[in-house]
Write a protein that binds this ligand. Sequence first.
Ligand SMILES: *Cc1c(COP(=O)(O)O)cnc(C)c1O
Length: 371
Amino acid sequence: MTDVLMNDFARQWAEVGEDVLKATRRVGASGWYILGQEVQLFEQELASFCGCAAAVGCASGLDAIEIALRALGLAPGQNVLTTPLSAFATTLAITRAGGVPVFVDVDETGGIDLDLAEQAFEADPDLRYFVPVHLYGNPFNLDRLSELKARFGLRIVEDCAQAIGASWRDKPVGSVGDLAALSFYPTKNLGAMGDGGAVLGSEMTLLARCRQLRDYGQSAKYQHELLGLNSRLDELQAAILRDAFLPRLDRWTKRRREIANLYRQALPGLVLPLSSLAHSVAHLFPIKLANRAVQMERLRALGIQTAIHYPSLIPDQPALADYRRSVIGELQQARRLASEELSLPLHPYLTDNEVGRVIESIQACVASSYR
Ligand SMILES: *Cc1c(COP(=O)(O)O)cnc(C)c1O
């Protein structure tokens, strides 16, 4: 029996390979590799998929968050509220933009606790930037976010790197923040064949600033209005995303949701809670498991790959040891998840048989630990 993998790029290539090669030939023959028609066409289709006015392709999800924060006018030394439980890139983008990260705890879903966020905004009038994360593909409460934004006059960048296509009731992720960030890192729901990212938004002046920032801050060739970055999405990646990946995303997401539902039904008691208003895109399937290290090893022996998102909290990372930042409270919930969370295999190419093997293996591991 072959192992059940967290991601299966060999099976993906078998499906998309021909379309990727066609896109590659087209870009090659065009002789135009940076910021041309392919990026523009992909940005248009991406924006319409995400239900926003426009998208700005850039080099990574990390850059998308930094560019968005800078476009919103974040000045060095300003506070930015965010979550301690995410990819390190969420906070790294804040520090690269010169911001001071402020961490509050998550709730039992793993997403940032909006009650605690509200208290933080109330307590500190200098805290007006916010980078919340739709973690695991699960959208947090966007109605609530919208209220907080209006009440406190917040400037928000939604980190949607794990949640493309998700929605809270009828609100798509990325639609409440001033801007939102996507990543096309290969393991994401919409992954490129390399690095890539995008900023999403609806306000044209902000998006124009993002376009300048990704290209040396230029408003026109050799006219530098801002101190920008080199963070351009390649024509090649844009063509591949548009031809081979984006047209399949709805079907892939549907399959991800089916698998997540099978896990959810078979493993009650282990799953994290999820609101019925949250239309998840099932990027990851986290469960809570006591004795995680041992169980992970047992699962590996049974041929089941698993992963951890995330084993330690961002404010505990050595890179931040000497950096200005603040932590509100004890981050108890985030710490519990950091020590107990385990992500099960979840990708569109899992067969029902493989999903069954994962479920049986987890059940066997849990049962044996109570003997
Ligand atoms: C992947 C990810 C990022 C960073 O994206 P890159 O394209 O790898 O730079 C940021 N935030 C979250 C929540 C992510 O999952």
